[in-house]
Design a protein around this ligand. Structure first.
Ligand code: GDP
Length: 228
């Protein structure tokens, strides 16, 4: 199933086009809960993955859903996930050190079909290898644009996570793009749709709404508690 998913076409990271998203809110001390956070490496094959010890949480999402922006807010570092957007790295599995034996893994975005099928297959194999192999994987954040609801690709990722018993937390991001009532309606619809297979919350990288809840869910995953 995973192997049927389609990868994104390569494109430059859009971060620089909207620097507002990467500035800490006024009056906020720009302190990270992860002062030692750093990029470890990108992997293009199972053999290149970092040692499978400790705990790691994967971030997945349709391309352009807001995954990099969400990671940057949660880790509280400007342009942290930007590394994974540098041309050539968008289709790779990017490992980040959070703390000793705790990692965040930025998975390649998916959702655009106009790429060579060889690349598409390689991507799908890489994803399948990742999910099937990683013993340290203890949770997945699925980043969904609140205006788009769940896409077929998201459903496939959810199905796969469920089949390997992986707890999932859905971040309905870009919540600032909807009025409060519309956002609440969207959240309710997604909740109904998910039918208990994942927890869900609203999030905005722009206003930082939901950042504490997201971080606490990340911590629960890393501590081996899925919080459900
Ligand atoms: P990725 O491809 O999933 O990593 O997506 P990015 O994090 O690069 O975000 C894609 C686009 O959406 C960029 O132009 C971001 O500035 C924008 N974006 C991301 N998160 C938010 C958000 O919470 N609110 C708003 N208004 N824009 C966002």
């Amino acid at each position: 199933m995973l192997r049927d998913l389609e990868p994104v076409k390569l494109r430059p990271g859009p971060e620089l086009s909207n620097p507002k998203l990467y500035t800490e809110s006024a009056g906020r001390t720009p302190m990270s809960q992860y002062p030692d956070a750093r990029f470890i490496k990108s992997a293009n094959a199972l053999s290149q993955f970092v040692a499978d010890t400790g705990a790691e949480v994967a971030f997945a999402g349709r391309s352009n859903a807001g995954k990099s922006s969400a990671i940057n807010v949660i880790v509280n570092r400007r342009q942290f996930a930007r590394t994974s957007k540098t041309p050539g790295r968008t289709q790779l599995v990017n490992f980040f050190h959070l703390r000793d034996e705790q990692r965040l893994v930025d998975l390649p975005g998916y959702g655009f079909a106009r790429v060579a099928s060889s690349l598409r297959h390689h991507w799908a194999d890489l994803m399948a290898d990742y999910f099937e192999a990683r013993k340290s994987l203890c949770g997945m954040f699925l980043i969904v644009d609140i205006r788009r609801r769940l896409t077929d690709f998201d459903r496939q990722m959810l199905g796969f996570a469920e089949s390997v018993g992986l707890p999932v937390h859905v971040l309905l991001t870009k919540a600032d793009k909807l009025k409060r009532g519309q956002a609440a309606k969207a959240e309710l619809e997604v909740r109904r749709d998910l039918d208990g297979v994942a927890s869900v919350q609203q999030f905005s990288a722009l206003t930082r709404a939901g950042e504490d809840a997201a971080r606490s869910q990340l911590e629960q995953f890393l501590d081996g508690n899925d919080g459900r």
